[in-house]
Design a protein around this ligand. Sequence first.
Ligand code: AMP
Length: 357
Amino acid sequence: MLKPGATIGILGGGQLGRMLALAAQQLGLKVHIYSPDKDSCAFDVVHTFTCADYDDEAALGRFANSVDVITYEFENVPAKTAAFLAKRKPVLPDPRVLELTQDRLIEKNFISELRIGTAPYAAVHSASQLADGVAKVGLPAVLKTKRLGYDGKGQAKIAKGGDANAAWRSLKNEPCILEGFIDFEREVSVIAARSADGKIECFEVTENEHRDHILHISKVPAKVSPALAAEARRIATRIAKAFDYVGVLAVEMFVVRTGKKRTVLVNEIAPRVHNSGHWTIDGATVSQFEQHIRAVAGWPLGKPIRLGRVEMINLIGAEVNQASHWLTVPGASLHLYGKKDARAGRKMGHVTKVISK
Ligand code: AMP
């Protein structure tokens, strides 16, 4: 259990690292950010940071020596980096979780072994596997690179009667997973926190709307029945337990309807704090960032109480130019990440509206 004044090392310097650092500081903890990107927006809010590559062992060694525990704000931390650091200081969540979530095929197999539903899927490492996959899951389908995809990057939809080989070529014939296209009713996520002693707290189920494959709006509570919400939270709880997880994770799910019956299928697990949990900063008594810091510090989790009906709106690219409008909206809280360049598709900030009790 860390004492106030101890230092948490965070791998990654984006907005998630920045908001984790702010939460840690509120609890009297210090933060050391490690990121290879000199423009990391998390550097701006901490006293100590290291700007070095993930394979710079001298810099990693100094970083490990300067902190008490290490965590990460993104799932693509190279396995070698995580292993090097884990020999020197505790790394939480355990780096084994990275191996299970960096590869979409390993992740889907893991979820299926827990007997949790997913879209039908097949591995695609060759043209013949692609043909077999199309026969197995049917069309329409989505082809996704196994590694390093996000916000719709590394994905190609194959329409009914479409050309699967052309879709695979568009992804440079990289190893892929083919998923049956799910005609979902809505998308939801569950943000769950698990403490070092195995206690779990889930935030309420969040409903997510995407625009151009990027999260646009999250709303809480999601428009799902209490039974379905309980089922979604049970699934997130089972995944967190199966990972022996310490920290916050997000489970993205599709709500599907067959006749009158609705169920959820898991789309993806993010072993980190998540954009769809940003509403918790202003909309709940404890945020996802604070829960993560509490967990990796070995502290008890908070019992999150939602403060009203909440909406979180992402400010993407040039939308950040309308930030001053949000300053005048009653009940709205503005969060800007301090990024210099408002490139198209870049997450520049978000707004949370706490609408009513
Ligand atoms: P992902 O990168 O896997 O989170 O996918 C990004 C978005 O693409 C999801 O949030 C969905 O809106 C959509 N999507 C991904 N997989 C599927 C699927 N199998 N069926 C339908 N839509 C999907």
